[in-house]
Design a protein. Structure first.
Length: 314
């Protein structure tokens, strides 16, 4: 019985899937299964995976017509062992550090009430070489105070549900999910489309169980010209963000407690987090002498903040 099911959706990842498989095989925790779901690749990806099958009995290849990353992830879960404790949805171009599965699973073992744990990442290029961290990989997390916002320290484990509405980029490759909690969710929304489909799932997880954060880098995240999280991602970012927020504003089938959590999260985002970010942006413009931009950001932030004083959910 595997302790961890690693599920990798794959589409035209011929250049990288071998390194991903090797990184799973190199784990210090050996009690795992690795399910690669080929989502209709048109390159040599499947041939690369097939070369590993005689060498690695814990590896399984599943093939399906192209249906998108969410459908591939859900298919992988259906093909996984129902006896495994934990799930990792690991992308086909990323690399695990040898201690990743052992470290994250040990944390979930230690905290049985926690449904999900996530960590930081280290960026690499297409050749696997380290990249300068120009995009800060620290996950910014916040929670509301009585009158403002408190940034959470790196050493604070708990990540409250409302903090997910910061829409920080938490990647599936950096997370481990408790199977028993994931089974309570609808899974990945196959109708949502790519970009923020993972955030939607993480909202579902955080709504059902506590989430912890570890300030460690046990994943190498590959940045390259082929990936869907580059230019195309940026083009769709705003559209998908609004789609996600609209979905959760009209979410049905929630318990009264879950409805309260969602309402408070939206209140936090709109009347605390956005004003906080607006004041920060205003300061940046003020330092550059851009007074009109500063006035615009501060005016909008103050308007949202005052509204929040009168509309806080009870």
């Amino acid at each position: 019985m595997p302790k961890v099911s690693v599920i990798t959706p794959m589409y035209n990842a011929e250049r990288f899937i071998g390194a991903t498989i090797e990184s799973v095989r190199a784990q210090t925790l050996q009690d795992w299964e690795h399910i690669v779901v080929d989502d209709g690749s048109t390159d040599g990806s499947t041939e690369v995976v097939k070369r590993y099958l005689p060498l690695e009995p814990r590896l399984k290849l599943v093939q399906q017509p192209n249906g998108g990353v969410s459908k591939a992830r859900n298919r992988g879960f259906c093909e996984s062992s129902p006896e495994s404790d934990y799930i990792v949805f690991f992308d086909a171009d990323d690399i695990m550090e040898p201690e990743m599965l052992a470290t994250l699973s040990a944390h979930l073992d230690q905290y049985p009430e926690v449904g999900m744990v996530f960590c930081r990442l280290r960026r690499i290029d297409a050749e696997g070489q380290p990249l300068e961290d120009t995009q800060n990989t620290v996950v910014k997390r916040y929670q509301p105070t009585r009158f403002w916002v408190r940034p959470l320290a790196e050493t604070e484990l708990h990540t409250p549900f409302c903090s997910f509405f910061c829409l920080n980029i938490i990647l599936p490759s950096t997370t481990m999910l408790r199977r028993a909690v994931f089974q309570q969710t609808p899974g990945f929304d196959e109708t949502f489309g790519h970009v923020f489909e993972d955030a939607d799932l993480f909202f579902q997880m955080a709504l059902r169980a506590p989430v912890h954060y570890l300030p460690i880098r046990v994943v190498r995240y590959r940045s390259h010209e082929d990936q869907s999280t580059s230019i195309k991602y940026l083009e769709r970012y705003g559209q998908q963000e609004q789609k996600l927020l609209h979905k959760w504003r009209s979410m049905e089938g929630l318990s009264p407690e879950q409805e309260r959590m969602v309402k408070e999260a939206f209140w936090f985002r709109e009347t605390r987090l956005l004003p906080y970010q607006g004041f920060q942006a205003g300061w940046r413009h003020l330092k550059k002498g851009q007074v009109l931009h500063t006035a615009r950001f501060w005016g909008g932030a103050m308007k949202r903040y005052v509204k929040g004083l009168m509309t806080r959910p009870r």
